[in-house]
Write a protein of this length. Sequence first.
Length: 170
Amino acid sequence: MIEALEADGPFPDHADKLMLFGRLVGSWDIEDRFFDEDGNVTKESRGEWHFGWVLEGRAIQDVLIAPPRDERRPGQQSNEYGTTIRVYDPRIDGWRVTFVAPVFGATVNLIAREHGDEIWLEGRGPDNRLLRWTFSDISDERVRWQGFVSADEGRTWIREEEIILRRAHR
């Protein structure tokens, strides 16, 4: 099944648009921080995040894992082991994104678009609050991801999580 899913690169008809997320393809080591409503760090962890081309290069799928597999004690449970599939939809000139988090029993659907030099993914969480996930400070070696939530329909936003991705050179 994995070899039927995997692709070598972007689908040619939309290769330029597919590179919005295509530049993330590869493996990353991550540092993850969670925040309370006042911006104080409540939890920190490490992990790994892998991105790859799938479905004839029409989509990018990732796997987000914490703690890293090579740092786990025997029998240690995952704090996170989820996957996201991102599919470019030319009809909306945006990406349809689905995040599946079995550890939390949650699925989130978002629409992603380029905003200046950032990528914004927007939708509603399982609790129906507005979500905005962003990728920013994107370079070949480092990326910043942030998760924001709004309880007042977008008038104010609270940062709940920040992940710093560093390209893994294994």
